[in-house]
Design a protein around this ligand. Structure first.
Ligand code: NAD
Ligand code: UDP
Length: 389
């Protein structure tokens, strides 16, 4: 097979093959994690999701070297009694299932809260009762806004990292008012983190919590009207990709002033594999996983994506590459935003020796090459014969 015969952990111990129950395995992160586990390890994956389009390439061929190491279980964890059995027969459960696109937080707050809190409860309970390890996916959004965002615009303290760097063990969680339903997601994720932490403290649950900071790459979300609903609003990478593919201006919400740090999915997956294979170093911890070196404003992201797309597609960019839109127009009532997100890397660096590698330009180049190859032809056809078809 493609995996090396003997794999060792960070402490030099041989890694024994694990059975992993991966919930949400058919999503963006899950698909990359399944790929990594099949290509580079001997672990077995019980892939749970309601969809499998993004992992079809790993499931279909009978001849692939990992046949038998990945099984797809189509089930909705909201209401399926098979879930407990799958967790019981695994060594480790990884929960990725969630509603996690901002366009849903203020428009479908009930589904958002149920998905991120209520539906995760049985997963935590089954892991705790059966003494199974849990890696749960939370979000950097649990930090909410920075302390600095509440200082006057001209305050010199805004430049002080103490007012904006996000640290797992010391930063507070700062959300807007309840009417700002944007925070329904962050709040649900925060409460499930607290519940998992409490299960660890009171009942000995062996857990790791992951807080992803804007992981991006191929297979993220969908392109509206091609492999997702035409009126759907995916996360920013797919929104901007869609605009570039259709030669439309990229929409900057409220001026595109918010800042984000973007990390290449393949760098981030390395961190998750280290957590899987080094339980003694990962258990009981909450880890930021992001790339503090890749910070841009959303406006700068739009400009860079425009340049990169022009390079990979060989097409000149359009005359007006961006247009401003209000958040109310774009997302509707109740939207609010995180102003700035720079992860502190001390804990993950100390526990797992992990650091991100890929620059923003390089990750956009490989991702937009993928977007162009995957969608440019379909978009051309959709534009040529609209409606009826
Ligand atoms: P995704 O939407 O691509 O994947 C989530 C998957 O979970 C989907 O395939 C979905 O079908 C599945 N799912 C949802 N509800 C389910 C249910 N009831 N039963 C079975 N399957 C269900 O999202 P992603 O980007 O892969 O994110 C995975 C996790 O990471 C989520 O918990 C998300 O909150 C978290 N996260 C991701 C990012 C990021 O940068 N991508 C940032 C912050 C947090
Ligand atoms: N955004 C934007 N135009 C778009 C889509 C998103 O300006 O077409 C902004 C959005 O308001 C936010 C940032 O891009 O400030 C990142 O949005 P994303 O949906 O990726 O998720 P978030 O990082 O907010 O969780």
């Amino acid at each position: 097979t493609s995996s090396s015969p003997v794999r060792v952990d960070l402490d030099g111990n041989t890694i024994k093959p694990l059975t992993i129950c991966m919930i949400g395995a058919g999503g963006f992160i899950g698909s990359h994690l399944c790929e990594k586990l099949m290509n580079e390890t001997n672990h077995t994956v019980l892939a749970v999701d309601v969809y499998n389009d993004k992992i079809k390439h790993l499931l279909e061929p009978e001849s692939v070297p990992w046949t038998g190491r990945i099984q797809f279980h189509r089930l909705n964890i909201k209401n399926d009694s098979r879930l407990e059995g799958l967790i019981k027969c695994s060594d480790l459960t990884i929960n990725l299932a969630a509603i996690c696109t901002p366009a849903d937080y203020n428009t479908r707050p009930l589904d958002t809260i149920y998905s991120n809190f209520i539906d995760a409860l049985p997963v935590v309970k089954y892991c705790s009762e059966n003494n199974k390890r849990l890696i749960h996916f939370s979000t950097c959004e649990v930090y909410g806004k920075t302390i600095g965002s509440y200082l006057p615009k001209d305050s010199p303290l805004r430049q002080d990292p103490a007012y904006y760097i996000l640290k797992e063990d010391t930063s507070p969680c700062i959300f807007g008012s309840v009417e700002k339903q944007r925070w329904s997601y962050a709040c649900a994720k925060q409460l499930i983190e607290r519940l998992i932490y409490a299960e660890g403290a009171e009942n000995g649950l062996e857990f790791t919590i992951v807080r992803p900071f804007n992981w991006i790459g191929p297979r993220m979300d969908f392109i509206p009207g091609i492999d997702g609903p035409s009126e759907g609003v995916p996360r920013v990478l797919a929104c901007f990709s869609n605009n570039l593919l259709r030669r439309e201006p990229l929409k900057l919400v409220d001026g595109g002033e918010s800042q984000r740090t973007f990390i290449y999915i393949k760098d981030a997956i390395e961190a998750v594999l280290l957590m899987i294979e080094n339980p003694a170093r990962a258990s009981g911890h909450i880890f930021n996983v992001g790339n503090p070196n890749n910070e841009v404003t959303v406006r700068q992201l739009a400009e860079m994506m425009t340049q990169v797309y022009s390079k990979v597609s060989g097409e000149d960019s359009i005359e007006t590459p961006t247009v401003d839109v209000s958040s109310k127009e774009f997302y509707g009532e109740g939207y609010d935003d995180s102003d700035k997100r720079i992860p502190d890397m001390t804990i993950i660096n100390k526990q797992l020796g992990w650091n991100p590698k890929t620059s923003l330009w390089d990750l956009l180049e490989s991702t937009l090459t993928y977007q162009h190859r995957t969608y440019a032809e379909a978009i051309k056809q959709a534009i040529a014969k609209p409606a009826a078809n």
